[in-house]
Design a protein around this ligand. Structure first.
Ligand SMILES: [Zn+2]
Length: 135
């Protein structure tokens, strides 16, 4: 796996490594990447196109201060067929792979935010699929 894909541009400055990520998130990444080989987080075809779609360093000024991205528990997945990717992530298969939450499509039209944050059990109505949340 190309570690740059899930790292911020300045990751070496902060001594980040695979250990900076939630283990389950890395497992999910490998699984989705195997199913959707063209998928990218920050690096598309060897070129960095995003900075903060994987782990976010203190240099990142966007997103929520307590975002799951800052603790290595979230990824923003991109794919040319975003519909297919989203429907897989939101399915029972996605949940089985370890995805606990997916951000609502209305808030993330061109990417799929997945994370491994435990959903509020009362709000999580259908526990056979990941919990869909609004930012
Ligand atoms: Zn995100």
């Amino acid at each position: 796996m190309n570690i740059n894909d899930i790292m911020p541009p300045d990751w070496q400055l902060f001594n980040y490594s695979f250990a900076s990520f939630d283990k389950n998130l890395l497992t999910i990444y490998l699984k989705v990447k195997a199913l959707f080989p063209e998928l990218w987080v920050n690096v598309k075809d060897g070129k960095r196109v995003n900075n903060w779609c994987g782990l976010r360093s203190p240099s990142c000024a966007i997103g929520a201060p307590k975002s799951a991205h800052r603790s290595g528990k979230a990824l923003d997945l991109h794919h040319t067929d975003i519909k297919a990717l989203r429907s897989w992530c939101m399915s029972f298969e996605g949940l089985k792979a370890g995805i606990l939450r997916v951000e609502a499509e209305s808030a993330t039209p061109t990417w799929v935010h997945i994370d491994v944050i435990q959903p509020n059990p009362e709000r999580w109505k259908d526990k056979s699929v990941p919990y869909v949340f609004m930012p």
